[in-house]
Design a protein around this ligand. Structure first.
Ligand SMILES: Cc1ncc(COP(=O)(O)O)c(C=O)c1O
Length: 367
């Protein structure tokens, strides 16, 4: 078989997504003990009790296909977001929605603009479609350079991603500059704002993208149940989008793309507003504690509105390995002189601070 002839050439530059190390792998490597998995921006608390009870209840009925239209979940999301359910799409994680949107919009030769570094899935879905990824470097402060992104738009640009807060840097773009930016983007470009960490944000200057959504302008807002709601293992994300795009998503997606357990868990997760607020508050407290420790150690970190903090280090690999010896798993980025440190429960922060205290000076202050 001539595989080269068979497989689409667009796949050549693609590299499969590399997930962070699993806790069990690290436990084996360091010979047991407590492992703090802070590499995938998960929430440490697990699904809310109402969701766990509802999931248990639905298990005996899994012989039945899911509701392909996810009606109850969409209705609940519409009420939660004060919008109309006809503007809502749900996906097998917001990851799937990123791919479906790319499949619905991009053809070879089209351009897709996004900041860099940002979420690794943006270049993946762009390349998958044979389109051109236009990566716009973050500013020195590791923030989206919205002016440069607007300037990068050409007549060939079809799609533009804004990751807010940005993964991996945790930084946000602010309301006034975002609104100015949005007004400067020509109508032929679909702007997708990825707000996977939205519920963690406490900065009053964070853009209220839903208030900018009018059902007409080409704007999509993506969110997920994987982060603050702790449903990463179930894969449920959602988007708010104009109806023509929703119709396109429905053509591209699998008929039953969100499983029954996921739909039920997401539905009930939305009801526990107090728990979500509590998680966000705890995350903010732990984030401050971690950043104060970074200050004490002289580590350069960037203001984060998410459940992780981005730091600079000249020796990312050694620091990553050093922290691993203490059971602390963070995220490294190959050659980039940086690490992303997740925020977990208070005991995770204690362990992270202790591990940094031990490893940072051992490595000559990370340099
Ligand atoms: C910025 C961003 N967008 C989207 C996702 C995808 O989330 P999920 O597919 O689990 O909903 C992630 C996950 O890490 C992310 O960081």
């Amino acid at each position: 078989m001539d595989w080269e002839r068979l497989l689409r050439r667009e796949l050549d530059p693609l590299v499969p997504y590399a997930p962070g190390l699993r806790a069990s792998e690290v436990r084996e490597r360091i010979g047991g003990g407590v492992v703090h998995k802070l590499s995938s921006n998960e929430n440490p608390r697990g699904p809310v009790p109402l969701a766990v009870a509802a999931m248990r209840e639905v298990l005996p009925r899994l012989n039945i296909y899911p509701d392909g239209a996810a009606k109850a979940l969409k209705r609940s999301l519409a009420s939660h977001l004060s919008t109309d359910e006809r503007f809502i799409a749900v996906g097998n994680g917001s990851n799937e929605l990123l791919r479906i949107i790319a499949q619905a919009v991009l053809s070879p030769g089209d351009e897709c603009v996004f900041a860099w570094p940002s979420f690794v899935v943006y270049p993946m879905v762009t390349q998958l479609m044979g389109a051109t990824a236009v990566k716009v470097p973050l500013t020195d402060g590791e923030v989206h350079d919205l002016d440069a992104m607007a300037s990068a738009v050409t007549p060939r640009t079809k799609l533009l991603f804004v990751c807010n807060p940005n993964n991996p840097t945790g930084t946000i773009v602010r309301r006034a500059e975002f609104e100015r930016f949005l007004n400067a983007i020509p109508e032929h470009v679909l702007v997708v704002v990825d707000e996977a960490y939205h519920e963690y944000v406490d900065d009053p200057d964070y853009p209220d993208t839903l208030s900018l959504f009018d059902g007409v302008r080409p704007l999509v807002i993506l969110r997920t149940f994987s982060k603050i709601y702790s449903l990463a293992g179930l894969r449920v994300g959602y988007g708010v989008a104009p109806e023509p795009l929703i119709a396109a998503v429905n053509k591209v997606r699998e008929p039953f793309n969100v499983n029954t357990v996921g739909q039920v868990a997401a539905y009930y997760s939305l009801q526990d507003v107090a728990e979500v607020r509590d998680r966000a508050e705890e995350n903010a407290r732990e984030r401050s504690r971690l950043c104060a420790a970074f200050d004490r150690l002289g580590i350069e970190w960037f203001p984060s509105q998410a459940n992780f903090v981005y730091i600079h280090t000249e020796r990312p690999r050694e620091l990553f390995e050093g922290l691993l010896k203490h059971g602390v798993i963070v995220r490294d980025f190959g050659t980039a002189p940086a690490l992303r440190v997740g925020i977990g429960a208070p005991h995770d922060t204690d362990a992270t601070i202790a591990a940094f205290e031990a490893e940072w000076s051992r490595l000559g202050n990370g340099r």
